[in-house]
Design a protein around this ligand. Structure first.
Ligand SMILES: C[S@@+](CC[C@H](N)C(=O)[O-])C[C@H]1O[C@@H](n2cnc3c(N)ncnc32)[C@H](O)[C@@H]1O
Length: 417
């Protein structure tokens, strides 16, 4: 890539990082760099994500050479340069020159800091032992319950998976193959390395959609049959709606956000699939004819998706979790009231926290006498992913040699019949 493009991408990455420091997620900022050519936008997003994945390690290296704490803008310039040199194999002279230029661009204070940036980064370029530094720890509000639930070694392995990022997983319509993709044991396809999704073969034809391998499991666990009437509650952007519709079910997709529901409509259109779309609070929605089954992919902390959303630990402090747990319980109770005795409902969350998963199902079982859990029997799902209560737990550190998977909890509940 031309030097100008690389420099624009670096400035773009710094802008995204400043946005995260102000509380904006990377997805909130999707349009922030639209003045840049698409390749530079993509590179800026990759650089910003890399800095967020390695921030604590980069700060540790910088602290070895810096006397006084730099300003937030200079700190981000230093982190970007450290990550480029030590993790992304960026050539030291180009990276250091760019960092000095970016620092000078910060005005008078930048002029004053540029000498320090130059001196520090020249030393950092020869810094030993980057590969041996431990991965960035999760924030305490997340790490403590994760280590308590799965153990200290698992918490470290999950942090290593967060650092490694995520490959691109696809769910296909039945019988579709995608050249160069690795078939996964659970039925998804995996592409390694960066890819422009809309340029991949089969995208325009709607043969597949992007969906993490773990996120594809709740709909498989529901086991939809052709002609069944299924409500997909909390449906947007619609990965699971597409799976249910592709299986031939008559799907009603309910989501509280009309804007997010538009993405479900776009995805359905591209894949030539159909579903009824309802913008409503799932707590108040009732079907106008009997349902056979429900998929409830409840709003949650999304702590299972940090591989793909490395900004999440910087944007949350865990204070919203009790309200989410309360909402999930109310959604479960309402959803169960919508299905007839003997019918099934899959409850799913992309969370690492047992309070949103295992404990939520245990509480539902105690509130609803006769409710039970159908133990999963899915291709490619090993016995140790099944919890003692019959739920299915996935974690980012699973499939370490294949590139991991999102953290999910799901359970298929069967209403007393
Ligand atoms: C985890 S996402 C769902 C992902 C989706 N099932 C998929 O597979 O693509 C949670 C969704 O719940 C929606 N949501 C949150 N509260 C809701 C409520 N009370 N009723 C309906 N939808 C809600 C959000 O707008 C968001 O789209």
């Amino acid at each position: 890539m031309a030097k100008r493009g690389v420099d624009m991408a670096r400035s773009g990455a710094l802008r995204l990082l400043a946005g995260v420091r102000e509380g904006l997620s990377l997805s909130d900022q999707a349009g922030a760099l639209k003045a840049l050519p698409p390749a530079d936008q993509a590179r800026a997003a990759r650089l910003a994500a890399a800095v967020l994945r390695h921030q604590s390690r980069a700060d540790g290296v910088i602290a070895a050479y810096v006397g006084r704490k730099p300003s937030p803008q200079v700190a981000d310039i230093l982190r970007l340069a450290v990550v480029e040199m030590l993790d992304l194999d960026g050539a030291a002279h180009g990276v250091v020159d760019a960092a000095v230029t970016l620092t000078r661009g910060l005005g008078q204070k930048g002029q004053a800091a540029s000498g320090m940036v130059n001196a520090v980064l020249r030393k950092v370029s020869a810094h030993p032992g980057w590969a041996d530094l431990p991965p960035q720890p999760m924030p305490a509000w997340l790490r403590d319950p994760v280590a308590a639930a799965y153990g200290e070694d698992a918490a470290l392995a999950i942090e290593a998976a967060h650092q490694a990022g995520a490959p691109l997983d696809l769910t296909t319509k039945p019988g579709v193959a995608v050249e160069g993709a690795e078939p996964l044991p659970t039925g998804s396809l995996r592409l390694h390395g960066p890819a422009q999704v809309s340029a991949l073969p089969g995208y325009a034809e709607g043969d597949w959609w992007v969906q993490d391998a773990a996120a594809a499991l709740p709909a498989r666990l529901l086991d939809p049959r052709p002609g069944e009437r299924i409500a997909d509650l909390c449906a947007a952007p619609g990965g699971k709606t597409l799976q249910l519709a592709a299986a031939g079910a008559q799907v009603t997709a309910v989501d509280i956000s009309p804007a997010r529901l538009r993405r479900v409509a776009e995805n359905l259109k591209r894949c030539a699939l159909t579903a009824d779309l309802i913008a409503a609070d799932a707590l108040e929605w009732r079907a106008d004819s009997p349902l056979d089954a429900i998929l409830l992919d409840a709003p949650c902390s999304a702590t299972g998706t940090i591989r793909r959303h490395p900004d999440l630990p910087f944007l949350r402090d865990g204070s919203g979790i009790p309200a989410l747990i309360d909402l999930q319980a109310r959604l479960i109770d309402h959803a169960l009231s919508l299905i007839p005795p003997g019918a099934r409902m899959v409850y799913a969350v992309c969370s690492l926290l047992p309070d949103e998963g295992e404990a939520q199902v245990a509480a539902a079982l105690s509130r609803h006498p006769g409710l039970r859990v159908d133990t999963p029997a899915l291709p490619g799902v090993p016995a140790d992913w099944i919890t003692p209560e019959g739920g299915l737990r996935t974690r980012p550190d699973y499939w370490p040699d294949r590139g991991g998977m999102d953290g999910f909890f799901m359970a298929r509940l069967r209403k007393a019949g």
